[in-house]
Design a protein around this ligand. Structure first.
Ligand code: NDP
Length: 400
């Protein structure tokens, strides 16, 4: 049916590649392109003889727009799946605009020299994408991604108004290392060491990093400490879901992770300010990334489950209503299926599904959109089919 250009060859890309190859009817051809071509070739080699999808590979620097344009014009994809890093988002969007090809990603743009992420930079492309008649689908991983689909599904089928959303991201997995991150360490540490924030009555309320802590008993995982973080989907959901009074995001962290993080922060290793080391400029956080375990290598050693979802509180037919939608995913099951742990899996599966929505035309409107702005039903159906079945609870325990 179609062809996708996948940019990036890291942990998340690995899952997208495997899932596209399981879905050869839609993804007849894929091209894997990244900075290090040998990583793309490795995926191609691993899948050779196991899929009907025709795989090609290419080397590309996604910060170089002319290089991207040349590759897109030559390969002529129906969609470009950006699973490189958030720094590349705008460059890849520029190239898609020039070539009039659909774009999608899993994380919003973040400038390399400021640890700040927000949608304004990407939303500024709306008119240009509309005029070009192409779609940019933003934030199509799990969170952001499935959390947005869960929200629009809850809105469509369960509520007249949603007043409160709590997004709970629990990773009950154990990789056996004292400290490692489950996705790109640089992006992960920038995210969790930033100030927390949530939206209440239309205003952002800022907190100190990890200032707000709650405990929650997650189904199939158990009791965990979770902390309020700033997270990108809060910004779009507060606009796109009718009636929102408050929206928060919580993520679980173990004590060992937090103690190591604090120590690394205290000695300056998480800083993104350049320093001179032996006559050469280095960025401490990038150096730290180089010494930490590669998230893609955690697959074989991670055991346990993730449980990620949204608790909604609102009104239906004049009556108050609570509703919890979540997915439970097992690290080892993911590893058996696609050779990676559940964090990459829960991001890569929705990315494949989003690309499928664009290729099949189930989601078809020109412009720049967050995922909750599309019809959630075909996506919810695809989650059940492609490895992330969801569960619902009409009487959930609420977070205070
Ligand atoms: P990795 O670090 O494992 O992989 C990133 C890949 O991008 C690498 O292959 C890297 O190439 C490539 N890359 C980086 N810079 C460039 C460039 N300039 N040109 C071409 N390729 C480049 O990251 P992950 O797979 O863990 O994460 C991928 C994305 O998924 C990130 O944006 C992350 O924020 C997002 N994410 C989203 C989640 C969600 O739920 N929405 C959850 C988890 C992650 P090389 O190896 O050669 O450096």
């Amino acid at each position: 049916m179609g062809r996708a250009l996948i940019i990036g060859a890291g942990g998340v890309a690995g899952v997208v590649i495997h899932k596209c190859c399981q879905n050869s009817e839609v993804f007849q051809e894929i091209c894997i392109a990244s900075r290090t071509k040998s990583k793309c070739d490795k995926y191609k080699q691993d899948l050779s003889g196991k899929t009907k999808t025709v795989i090609t590979t290419a080397k590309v620097d996604a910060d170089n727009v002319p290089q991207l344009v040349e590759l897109i014009k030559e390969y002529k994809p129906d969609v470009v799946i950006n699973v490189a890093l958030p720094y590349q988002d705008l460059h890849i969007m520029d190239a898609c605009l020039e070539c009039k090809v659909n774009y999608m990603d899993t994380a919003n743009y973040e400038p390399k020299d400021t640890a700040k992420f927000e949608y304004s930079w990407q939303w500024a492309y709306r008119e240009r994408f509309e005029k070009a008649g192409i779609t940019a689908l933003l934030g199509c991983g799990f969170d952001p991604g499935v959390t947005g689909v869960f929200s629009s599904y809850a809105m469509k089928h369960h509520f007249d108004e949603i007043h409160y959303i709590d997004i709970l991201d629990c990773n009950g997995g154990d990789h056996g290392y004292p400290f490692a991150t489950n996705f790109n360490p640089e992006i992960n540490i920038r995210e969790v060491s930033a100030k927390g924030s949530y939206i209440e009555n239309g205003k952002w309320i800022e907190t100190e990093p990890m200032e707000i802590k709650r405990e929650y008993n997650f189904k199939e995982v158990g009791q965990k400490d979770m902390y309020l973080l700033h997270h990108e989907e809060l910004e779009s959901l507060a606009i796109n879901i009718k009636g929102i009074k408050r929206i928060r995001f919580f993520m679980t962290f173990g004590q060992s992770y937090l103690t190591h993080l604090k120590c690394l922060e205290n000695v300056g290793m998480t800083s993104i300010e350049p320093i001179i080391y032996e006559g050469k400029e280095i960025i401490p956080l990038q150096f730290l990334k180089a010494v930490l375990p590669d998230p893609a290598s955690l697959g074989p050693r991670t055991v346990g489950k993730t449980n990620i979802g949204c608790i909604f509180q609102g009104v239906k037919d004049g009556e108050p209503k609570n509703y919890y939608l979540y997915n439970i995913c097992d690290h080892q099951e993911c590893y058996k299926e696609v050779g990676s742990q559940a964090i990459s899996y829960t991001t890569g599966v929705p990315a494949m599904i989003g690309a499928m929505m664009l290729i099949t035309g189930k989601w078809d409107k020109a412009g720049v959109y967050n995922i909750e702005e599309f019809d959630p039903d075909p996506f919810m159906e695809a989650l059940n089919k492609w490895g992330l079945p969801w569960q619902e609870d009409l009487n959930p325990v609420l977070v205070d």
